[in-house]
Design a protein around this ligand. Structure first.
Ligand code: PLP
Length: 458
């Protein structure tokens, strides 16, 4: 018989989980204003809120924590990270930052001014937040196929070259400081961008002399999809693919809490010495001196080691395999999900599950609350709450998709946990017609409201 798949690691440290009753959860979620961000972690049994900073570090990463060099300037841990970024990504310059959004803050401070436009593929919420905070506009150029959750397309994160060229033709070059390719594209469902698309976008940007950057949080997962889905890459190693991907861009912002499997950290890498000098100033101003950038020496070491582990095929196969496993289970129960399953998360199509609720009652948030009540599982809304209000008109923005995202932390849960989550959703799906009311907002912040919004039942 053919041998089944098994993870390329075993578990050395365990963290107990707390169970709760439905009655307890009803009380807790009400107190939390029906916002899952407001729950205490011990009120959650299986936490799929995010895969950001929630992964399990390896014994080698924990060793780096002990080896951390806490020198203010020129620490050994910094040089370890520099070596990893130079060799794995081929990027000559970088500054560490405390998170991905901090890298965005540093880069955009150097590049973006009022009235600028920044084209890309469904910009991540903090990226968009940092652009709009500077009174500039993010223009989404993702291919139309991304909006149809039922359609199979191997690279739904791709940028539509015609849409991108339209932007380049509509606005003067001075008003377009950069183009951002998010790999994988979080907002459109953890969907990858093909090497061909990266190459073509890069070519178009060169033609119009616009710098192009990766939002690189999940670059390794993107490389895995290129290897397994794109012609000509099956025999290339993940690291060869990664090097080629980065060869087409001028730099990258990185949230290391994703594919570098650390609990905190980020960096900003670039090729151009002049830009590096400019960002250095903002790094020192906002983050810290250039060789630590808001992180402890031990964090830099764990990050360097995490970059190595995160670009191993066996790790990515197990990681993406587990996400696909959950997606497969949900499909077996008939639950509509984004096709194909993304790299870091399964996206349930809440608009289809709760099609009888109006969009003004936040279908995806309603489903997220139901999932918590059913089994203590925490997912997150990727829908109208996240889409926020239009910065100019202050009208609610209703995106094409109302998704419930179930993001899987790296090396943390077993497939038994995935079975439990799938069963919870199957129960909800069966009784979906009885869910007759959604939620309404009672309080919200002026920017990035989804983190703190308070709701009540309609
Ligand atoms: C997480 C993430 C960010 C922001 O990074 P933080 O480390 O959370 O600040 C930016 N872009 C993408 C695609 C991300 O997934």
């Amino acid at each position: 018989m053919e041998l089944p798949y098994a993870e390329p690691y075993k578990i050395k440290v365990v963290e107990p989980l707390q169970r709760s009753t439905r009655t307890e959860r009803e009380e807790w979620i009400k107190q939390a204003g029906y916002n899952l961000f407001n729950l205490r972690s011990e009120q959650v049994f299986i936490d799929l809120l995010t895969d950001s900073g929630t992964g399990a570090m390896s014994q080698h990463q924990w060793s780096e924590i002990m080896l951390g060099d806490e020198s203010y300037a020129g620490s050994k841990s910094y040089y370890k990270l520099k070596e990893a970024i130079n060799t794995l990504l081929g990027m000559p310059f970088f500054v560490p930052t405390h998170q991905g959004r901090a890298a965005e803050n540093v880069l955009f401070s150097a590049l973006i001014s009022e009235n600028d436009v920044v084209p890309g593929n469904s910009h991540f919420d903090t990226t968009k937040g940092h652009i709009e905070f500077r009174r500039a506009t993010a223009i989404d150029c993702t291919i139309d196929e991304a909006a149809d959750t039922t359609l199979y397309h191997p690279f739904k994160g791709n940028i539509d070259l015609n849409k991108l060229e339209d932007v380049f033709k509509t606005y003067p070059k001075e008003q377009i400081p950069l183009c951002i390719i998010t790999v994988t594209c979080n907002t459109s469902g953890g969907q990858p961008v093909s090497m061909q698309n990266i190459r073509e976008v890069s070519g178009l940007c060169k033609k119009y002399k616009i710098p192009v950057f990766f939002d690189a949080a999940r670059f390794a997962e993107n490389a895995y999809f290129i290897k397994t889905r794109e012609e000509g890459y099956a025999d290339k190693s993940i690291r060869e693919i990664v090097l080629e991907m980065y060869s087409y861009v001028d730099g990258a912002t990185m949230s290391s809490k994703k594919d570098a499997i650390v609990n905190i950290g980020g960096f900003l890498a670039c090729r151009d010495k002049e830009l590096f000098d400019k960002i250095s100033m903002y790094c020192i101003l906002f983050e810290g001196y250039l060789t630590y950038g808001g992180l402890a020496g031990r964090d830099l070491g764990a990050l360097a080691q995490g970059l190595m582990e995160g670009t191993e095929f066996s790790f990515l196969e197990s990681r993406i395999g587990q996400v696909a496993y959950l997606g497969q289970k949900l499909r077996e129960y008939g639950i509509p999900c984004q096709e194909p399953t993304g790299g870091h998360a399964v996206f349930v199509d809440a608009k289809k599950v709760l099609s009888h609720l109006p969009k003004e009652q936040y279908q995806a948030q309603t489903l997220a609350v139901e999932l918590y009540l059913e089994g203590g599982v925490r997912g997150v809304e990727i829908g109208a709450l996240l889409a926020d209000r239009d910065p100019k008109t202050r009208e609610n923005r209703y995106p094409d998709l109302e998704l419930l995202r179930l993001a899987i932390p790296r090396r943390v849960y077993t497939n038994n946990h995935m079975d439990y989550v799938a069963a919870c959703l199957a129960n909800i799906y069966k009784r979906r017609a009885q869910i007759t009311t959604g939620l309404k907002i009672v309080r919200e912040a002026p920017i990035m409201r989804h983190f703190t919004v308070e709701l009540e039942k309609v």
